[in-house]
Write a protein that binds this ligand. Structure first.
Ligand SMILES: Cc1cc2nc3c(=O)[nH]c(=O)nc-3n(C[C@H](O)[C@H](O)[C@H](O)COP(=O)(O)OP(=O)(O)OC[C@H]3O[C@@H](n4cnc5c(N)ncnc54)[C@H](O)[C@@H]3O)c2cc1C
Length: 309
């Protein structure tokens, strides 16, 4: 085997696992395609000691510290295939490499599928926001909108009104809320606009107006939106890992997937997307992988233990 562990994905979850494994004297290869989910956000928030750092700073500091561990190697590349045999795993990359390892960690994150609304992609992570815990404080008490409908729209509206009393729900078509939900939003003074949106006007990704199909232009400082997502790669499916109802990788509390020897961490395993949680899950998975490797080595090295009678 070339490595004890290959970590596919070298962002917050993958690097955190690599840190735990490097400190456990494990030979690890981290393969990373360099596209973390938050790459477009100017400032990352809600991560202790690094509140307000840029995503690039978080990665640079992590990589700088991990370089001190001589058993860790890094490759900027994309893993294309992962296969398993009795000895372990084989990974091939877009760059034409093949590597083998005893264990595999998938920390490949998610891809957000942005709607085809002019301006949306440019504003994503800057002023079109996915999470109030990450970015809500920066736009508190400012006029904001929510682009969502039905249960999701209702849930977001009742959450976001805590930060922004000047709030409008844009359902982008006929509202699909229940009567009770309509009533609650009315009581909270949250207007519902059903007119279709045609564009988001912005300066360098910072929203200035929403443009509606009736040609109204509405001034806003930020727009919250929940967009669909999918796993960044099909490696979990290639390895036969069970997925959850939300098409995330099913894992135990310590990151073990349903495929023996395959672990997963970070966004690919949870709906609650936060740097702190990705780091925590990577750290736990790293420790659990090391534990499994120790158990396997002891099993090979020690004669069967007979207990004194
Ligand atoms: C717009 C936006 C803003 C956010 N802002 C915040 C914030 O302010 N604070 C906060 O706590 N959280 C924030 N988040 C959430 C946070 O970014 C994620 O929870 C976190 O990035 C998850 O870390 P991860 O390591 O699991 O995945 P990611 O950071 O997404 O990294 C996955 C890595 O795997 C790589 N990869 C994927 N497939 C392959 C492959 N086949 N081979 C090799 N590499 C591969 C990718 O290129 C990427 O580098 C934000 C999310 C979004 C979408």
């Amino acid at each position: 085997m070339d490595y004890d562990v290959i970590c596919i994905g070298g962002s917050y979850a993958g690097l955190s696992a690599a840190l735990a494994l490097g400190r456990s004297l494990r030979r690890v290869l981290v393969i990373d395609a360099g596209k973390p989910a938050n790459r477009q956000t100017p400032h990352s928030h809600n991560f202790l000691t690094r509140d307000g750092a840029t995503p690039a700073q978080l990665t640079a500091i992590s990589r700088e510290q991990l370089k001190l561990y001589s058993t860790l190697s890094f490759l900027d590349d994309t893993a294309l295939t992962a296969t398993t045999d009795t000895a372990g795993f084989r990974v091939t990359t877009a760059g034409g490499h093949t590597f083998s390892s005893r264990k595999l960690l998938l920390a490949t994150g998610l891809v957000d599928m942005l709607p085809n609304l002019p301006g949306f992609a440019e504003c994503w992570g800057r002023s079109v926001l996915h999470c109030p815990y990450c970015h809500g404080y920066e736009v508190r008490h400012q006029p904001v909108g929510i682009l969502a409908n039905g249960e999701v729209g209702y849930e977001l509206a009742t959450l976001i009104q805590h930060w922004n009393p000047d709030l409008t729900l844009y359902t982008n078509g006929p509202a699909t809320l229940t009567e009770a939900q309509h009533y609650t939003l009315k009581m909270l003074n949250i207007p519902i606009v059903e007119t279709l949106l045609t564009a988001i006007e912005h300066q360098n990704g910072f929203v200035s107006n929403l443009v509606l199909a009736n040609e109204d232009r509405v001034f806003l400082n930020a727009l919250y939106a929940r967009v669909p997502f999918q796993l960044s790669s099909d490696l979990a499916q290639q390895l036969g890992c069970q997925l959850t109802d939300h098409n995330l990788i099913e894992v135990t509390d310590f990151g073990a997937t349903t495929a023996p020897g395959v672990f997963a961490a970070g966004d690919a395993t949870t709906m609650f997307r936060q740097v702190a949680l990705a780091v925590a899950s990577g750290s736990k998975a790293g420790a659990w992988i090391n534990r499994e490797l120790i158990a396997e080595d002891l099993h090979r090295r020690l004669p069967p233990i007979s207990m004194p009678s």
